[in-house]
Design a protein around this ligand. Structure first.
Ligand code: ADP
Length: 459
């Protein structure tokens, strides 16, 4: 069986709760009211009969009835009659059965013409007149005893279905309103599932909303932002990676075909093989860097932090680049304060320096300088890698941390544009390493004058 929606279940719950409360109240009112009404009716019947008895006199064997005798009061009637049921005086109720079957001082319920009656009999005994009965009678029907209570009851019975429908409609509307955001969440999720459009948002409330459903919607939207962002990054990353691999693969293909076409020319074959090796090296380096970044992204690149001297790591990295710097006649100067210890992963910090110095040389100008400075400060260790090379344009400065971003390639053809190692992955790795060590990194640059990377590792 199909389950009812929460909306309908709640509306039904409201309606039935209200119905139960009304019915319970009515039953209670009736139970209490009924006995109260009955009590009143009996009292009235007895007092009317007793008063009438006092007005019936027998003097010297002669029966006389006071003129001011009351035969009727508030629905109760009194009749004076003989033992055989002959009426002497009084008022008989319409539909009341023939007067018989008397019983002294007792309230009894007797059936009559289509309805029930209460009777109350008093006996006056006299030898001369015989047994004289004073009978009080009143209707035993609630409609006669308390007509207004009955009217109220009927009113209630008529109003009940109306109240039930109103309660149900009200409950349904309130829950519908409360659940409206939930429907939007479902619609949005459905549209994303069907159309794959990750830009769809629910657009309700914010994460601090006191309404739980609206807060859920806001958190859901934030999660979608994150997923869309990650998805876009992933797409860009895959596009860029395949684009980067396409060129070396095309060169390798062309060179190998060329070599195969010239089997008798060892010199041509040698040149082709050299080019193939260069491209293969470039691909290996790209794959290596991609793997490292992907491991960093997935959080499986574990840092092994131990106290190490940053100055020493900087000096070692500088010496690794001396030969490369010499090819461009660039001087590397290291000014590293002794004993700049901090807990770090020496391999990764070494890689950070390698990337920065490599860039400084790569984008440095012939005969230029690269300065590496490491200083102990009160709050932490400050590092600076500066060059007086080609610099970075203002518009590129914000993007250099993005994967595969390479600024102004045309302008660099004379210095580093042709460099197979330029893949736009060095700085993202630097940024990741610095962040993993709780530090900050920024680039300051002036086009044509040089660039400085300033890093700070707080203690
Ligand atoms: P790449 O492999 O291209 O060097 P990076 O991520 O290391 O990739 O650097 C991204 C871009 O930032 C470089 O392509 C270059 O345009 C710019 N850049 C980085 N360092 C320097 C520098 N010292 N001087 C000038 N430009 C730089």
């Amino acid at each position: 069986m199909k389950r009812l929606s929460i909306k309908n279940r709640m509306a039904l719950w409201y309606a039935f709760s209200i119905l139960a409360i009304i019915l319970l109240t009515m039953a209670l009112l009736l139970a209490v009211g009924d006995s109260l009404i009955l009590d009143e009716t009996e009292k009235n019947l007895m007092s009317l009969t007793d008063r009438a008895v006092r007005d019936v006199r027998i003097t010297d064997g002669a029966l006389s009835i006071d003129e001011d005798i009351t035969y009727y009061n508030d629905g109760a009637y009194v009749v004076v009659c003989r033992d055989d049921g002959t009426v002497i005086s009084g008022l008989l109720m319409e539909g009341f059965p023939p007067l018989s079957d008397f019983s002294e001082n007792e309230i009894r319920k007797v059936p009559g013409d289509g309805r029930n009656y209460y009777t109350y009999d008093r006996l006056i005994e006299n030898r001369k007149t015989g047994r004289i009965w004073v009978r009080g009678m009143t209707s035993a029907e609630l409609s006669d005893m308390a007509p207004s209570a009955m009217k109220m009851l009927y009113g209630f019975l008529i109003a009940l279905p109306v109240l039930f429908v109103l309660a149900m409609a009200g409950g349904w509307m309130i829950t519908r309103q409360a659940f409206a955001p939930l429907s939007r969440i479902i619609d949005t999720a459905e549209s994303i599932r069907q159309g794959g459009d990750l830009s769809a948002r629910i657009g309700l409330g914010d994460v601090h909303d006191s309404d739980e459903i609206r807060r859920t919607a806001a958190v859901f939207d934030e999660m979608l932002d994150q997923i869309e962002n990650d998805f876009e990054n992933e797409k860009r990353f895959t596009n860029n990676a395949s684009h980067e691999l396409r060129t070396p693969v095309a060169v390798i293909k062309a060179q190998s075909e060329y070599a195969l076409d010239n089997p008798d020319d060892p010199e041509e074959i040698r040149e082709s093989l050299q080019e193939i090796k260069k491209q293969a090296d470039s691909m290996a380096s790209l794959i290596e860097q991609l793997l490292r970044l992907s491991r960093a992204d997935r959080g499986i690149e574990q840092l092994k932090k131990e106290p190490a001297d940053i100055s020493l790591i900087a000096e070692e990295a500088a010496s690794r680049h001396l030969q490369y710097a010499r090819t461009k006649n660039i001087t590397i100067r290291t000014d590293a304060e002794e004993g700049c210890y901090m807990p770090c992963d020496a391999v990764f910090i070494g890689r950070m320096f390698d990337n920065l110095i490599d860039n400084a040389v790569k984008y440095g100008t012939e005969g230029g300088t690269v300065d590496i400075i490491v200083r102990k400060e009160d709050a932490g260790i400050a590092v600076k890698v500066a060059d007086n090379g080609i610099g970075i344009a203002e518009k590129d400065l914000d993007h250099i941390w993005e994967r595969f971003y390479r600024a102004d390639r045309e302008r660099r053809t004379d210095s580093a544009g042709e460099d197979a190692r330029s893949m736009g992955l060095g700085l993202p790795m630097v940024q990741w390493i610095v962040r993993e060590h709780g530090g900050t990194v920024k680039a300051v640059s002036a086009l044509g004058k040089g660039t400085a990377f300033i890093i700070f590792f707080p203690y």
